[in-house]
Design a protein around this ligand. Structure first.
Ligand code: ZN
Length: 149
């Protein structure tokens, strides 16, 4: 299970295992009153060359493992939400991608996935455009640029 919280990636990078991670008040699945630390997982983010260590917790009652993720990022995507949105915004307003260290193939993927998602879920809002679709998909709890399954 993923728990998204506002954290500072730079501090996580600098402090490693000493970073003061927030702890959930209770298990997010069974509501057991406490969870235990359960080590770390390493994940990559665009801004850093090395993997960062993300804290995990485990519920002793139901066995649920909770991984803390930065709220600034979508699960399984290395670029921040803000980075993704600003790239899409520039592509749509200027008709071309901004200068960027990100691979064009990756950028095109996001745009294609976003368009497919809008077609699949927001047909009535299609006329509002791709960026409005991005916001609307977010409100509906979707990852706007994730592959449509
Ligand atoms: Zn539990």
């Amino acid at each position: 299970m993923i728990w998204q919280v506002p954290v500072n990636l730079k501090q996580i990078h600098d402090q490693g295992r000493d970073y003061p991670w927030p702890r959930p008040d209770c298990c997010m699945r069974c509501r057991n009153w406490r969870v235990w630390g359960h080590g770390f997982v390493s994940r990559y983010f665009d801004e850093f060359d090395e993997a960062l260590l993300l804290k995990c917790y485990r519920c002793p009652l139901c066995g649920c493992v909770i991984t803390v993720r930065p709220a600034s990022h979508f699960p399984r995507i290395r670029s921040s939400r803000q980075t993704i949105f600003s790239h899409l915004q520039q592509r749509i307003s200027r008709g071309r991608w901004p200068p960027s260290p990100l691979a064009r193939s990756c950028l095109r993927h996001w745009l294609n996935n976003l368009r497919r998602r809008i077609m699949a879920h927001l047909t009535s809002l299609w006329g509002l455009g791709v960026l409005a679709g991005f916001e609307e998909l977010l409100l509906r709890g979707q990852i706007p640029v994730a592959r449509v399954s």
